[in-house]
Design a protein around this ligand. Structure first.
Ligand SMILES: C[S@@+](CC[C@H](N)C(=O)[O-])C[C@H]1O[C@@H](n2cnc3c(N)ncnc32)[C@H](O)[C@@H]1O
Length: 275
């Protein structure tokens, strides 16, 4: 079978499950043959040897396995990271959380940071790249995520400045100067697309309302004066419940930020004004 025929058949197989079947068919074939899209266009009459292997990947994608779990790589902050099934795929909006946190690290001159729920490690790794003299402790309850995060830290040569620990929240670790987290924040009753449901549920769902972990993390900040600032990503519909919670708990000096689509996406709490 030629490259062109394989792409035509794969596009048809993907029609029901993906938005852009032809583009994804080409991405999958490019990944399978280890060639770029220009090669596929120029050589579209070339015969493919192991065409069954390619259609196995197409079948997986047609069954809603996210593309990143098939290619085992993901782009974040213009860098490439390893990803695998069982670990949450980084989302572009989390780049804003990294930017906000890096800004606060620079303003406070903080040297010791902690991240709750590191997943593939992207937040801590980017912070270590952007802020050269910090040390980070990054936690997760998912062992598979921590193993992958360590590999990513090594890949980006910051493994000597990040300690990855399997623990609940920041139990049993020294309290940091800056605390950052993109915790699971989706309500257990929210309907999600099929390909999202193929991601680990303990990385997605934060509880009955979704904001339970965000509130627990905010209380860690409240109860530990040495934490100068807490920066968290949250759901687009959680601004009211979180601000009610901050008011009730007398947590002061909080603000919310939006993502690039204009949705509420996170909050920043500061012990005092740093600028
Ligand atoms: C939304 S994912 C974020 C992953 C990564 N930081 C990112 O932004 O792509 C949330 C992560 O928190 C972890 N997690 C869930 N409950 C936790 C807890 N109680 N303590 C520590 N980590 C937790 C999950 O395993 C998951 O890796």
């Amino acid at each position: 079978m030629t490259i062109k025929e394989a792409i035509d058949i794969a596009s048809k197989k993907l029609t029901q499950s993906v938005i852009n079947p032809r583009k994804e068919a080409m991405l999958l074939l490019g990944f399978f043959l280890n060639k770029d899209s220009i090669f596929l266009h120029v050589n579209d009459t070339l015969q493919i040897d192991d065409v069954e292997g390619f259609f196995e990947l197409v079948e997986k994608r047609a069954n809603y396995t996210p593309l990143e779990y098939i290619t085992k790589r993901v782009s974040f902050y213009s860098r490439e990271f390893k990803i695998e099934e069982g670990v949450l795929i980084p989302r572009p909006e989390t780049e804003i959380l990294v930017e906000k946190t890096a800004e606060i690290i620079k303003q406070t001159n903080a040297k010791y940071i902690a991240e709750i729920g590191t997943g593939s490690g992207i937040i801590s790794i980017m912070l270590a790249i952007l802020c050269k003299d910090i040390k980070i402790v990054a936690t997760d309850i998912n062992e598979k995520a921590l193993i992958l995060a360590k590999k990513n830290a090594k890949l980006h040569k910051v493994d000597d400045r990040i300690e990855f620990l399997q623990t609940n929240l920041i139990d049993n670790i020294k309290k940091p100067q800056i605390l950052v987290s993109n915790p699971p924040y989706i309500s257990k009753n929210e309907l999600l697309e099929k390909h999202v449901l193929n991601e680990p549920h303990n990385a997605l769902f934060g509880g009955e309302n979704g904001d339970e972990l965000l509130k627990k993390i905010s209380l860690i900040y409240k109860d530990n004066d040495e934490i100068l600032s807490l920066i968290c990503e949250m759901g687009y519909d959680q601004k009211n419940s979180m601000s009610d919670f901050f008011e009730k708990e007398n947590i002061e000096n909080y603000s919310f930020y939006k993502d690039l689509s204009g949705f509420d996406r996170g909050f920043i709490i500061k012990r005092r004004d740093f600028e």
